[in-house]
Design a binder for this molecule. Structure first.
Ligand SMILES: *Cc1c(COP(=O)(O)O)cnc(C)c1O
Length: 425
């Protein structure tokens, strides 16, 4: 099998007839832990992190893993141990960071709808920065901080109005999006932040979208951010750090996003030429740190040939892998072992009672009932977006480290799902 048939699976390779992640056979993991099963490569995550670290060699950088991409504790622990901070979007995510051993000082809090309770929780934990997304939020955050006798470190998220050229649901830096403060309002918003008693301005941030596969949106956004930093500092408000968000794409289907180190080499050419190269930087990568590190293993339950379509019904579904249903996203699907079955074209679908429950369309597979498949590039926005629809328990998760398989999440039982529910008496 060629690399083309395994897009974006850096630590997955064939050894003879067996598809392996690091030093373990994926079929062995499926047999030992059951399916559907998410399997992640620790080395692949650290490789992805390393590309950013190379890009920032000799610079001042704090990487804050955007944990909504995959917030399982075992995954957070890998990044915490590697020195990462975390970009959170809820109070629940903050609790996960603390449970995984992350440092509150390295936490930044993004999101357009932080509640007062979440602000209080984050101030009490002593997080590093609030990435404020509206002028109204500045007022509320200041009031909450004053009420606690605290001062909230803030950065204002700017909407730089650049087109990231990605799926509309995951573009965030365009004028029509709900995120951030418009460029024209930014200076006034900083003046207001600097005047409020409960706030201390520490930075500026932006995040223009997700699954970005070109460098031009980043270069454009950086120019706009630097123009704003110049204007804000000219108004007497120092900007300590520049947080450039996340959004770098991965290879799902032969996509060729820039490598993190190559992208930052270009960005630093701009930063250096404009005199900003020595600033403190933060970045918030999510998908690019975990997406290609994970696969979802699944079993073929039934083959259902039809007049118009052949269906390959698997035991993973849209509740496990929501991206195809949500964004018409593509995940490569490969077999874990070579098969003698006749090849045919299938729509690969799950057991859920929705026509939107498909994982791949028009896929050429040589499979029979009981065969095992791997859905690739399933490390990001799969488990963290999974649901219990149809009262399906969440899949188990395994983290592979060389020859060791760590179970980082047990398969969820029906009893787990019903916990907290009550009959009416
Ligand atoms: C989702 C998100 C990220 C991470 O995006 P990726 O595309 O996964 O890198 C970073 N910052 C903010 C504010 C986000 O909402």
């Amino acid at each position: 099998m060629t690399a083309e048939q395994l897009p974006g699976a850096p630590r997955i390779a064939w050894r003879g007839d067996d598809l392996c992640m690091e030093n373990l056979r994926l079929a062995d993991l499926a047999h030992a832990y059951g399916t559907p099963l998410f399997v992640y490569s620790k080395a692949s995550m650290l490789d992805a992190l390393g590309a950013y670290q190379r890009g920032f060699a000799g610079r001042k950088l704090q990487i804050c893993y955007a944990m909504k991409a995959n917030s399982s504790l075992g995954v957070l622990q890998v990044f915490a141990q590697a020195g990462c901070g975390f970009d959170i979007v809820s109070g629940g995510e903050l609790e996960r960071v603390l449970a995984a051993g992350g440092e509150p000082k390295k936490v930044i809090f993004s999101g357009v709808g932080k509640t007062r309770a979440e602000m209080k929780q984050a101030l009490q934990a002593g997080i590093g920065c609030f990435n404020v997304e509206s002028e109204a939020e500045l007022e509320v955050l200041s009031a909450v901080a004053v009420g606690l006798g605290a001062v909230a470190p803030v950065s204002i998220r700017v909407n730089p109005d650049v087109d990231p050229k990605t799926h509309p649901y995951i573009s965030t830096g365009l004028k029509g999006n709900k995120f951030g403060v418009a460029q024209e309002r930014t200076l006034d918003a900083y003046r207001r932040a600097a005047s409020l008693p409960g706030l201390k301005v520490v930075g500026i941030d932006c995040h223009i979208g997700s699954q970005i596969t070109e460098d031009s949106p980043y270069l454009d956004a950086m120019d706009r951010i630097l123009d704003l930093v110049t204007a804000i500092e000219a108004a007497g408000i120092p900007i300590h750090h520049i947080d450039f968000g996340g959004g770098l794409g991965i290879n799902y289907n032969g996509d060729t996003p820039p490598q993190a180190d190559a992208l930052w080499m270009q960005l630093f050419a701009k930063l250096d030429s404009r005199g900003f190269g020595n600033r403190h930087f933060m970045i918030e990568p999510g998908r690019s740190l975990v997406g290609n590190a994970g696969v979802c293993l699944t079993e073929v339950l039934y083959l259902k040939p039809g007049e118009l379509k052949n269906f390959c019904i698997i035991d993973a579904a849209m509740n496990d892998l929501p991206r195809p249903a949500m964004y018409q996203a593509f995940h490569a699907i490969v077999q874990l072992a070579t098969s003698t079955a006749a090849p045919s074209t299938y729509d690969v679908v799950g057991p859920i009672c929705e026509s939107g429950d498909w994982i791949g369309r028009d896929r050429e597979l040589a499979v029979q009932q009981g065969d095992l498949l791997a859905v690739l590039s399933a490390g990001a926005y799969c488990m963290s977006m999974s649901s219990n629809y149809n009262t399906r328990g969440r899949a188990a998760e395994v983290l592979v480290d060389g020859t060791t398989a760590h179970v980082i999440r047990e398969r969820e039982s029906a009893a787990d799902q019903m916990r907290g529910e009550k009959l009416i008496g």
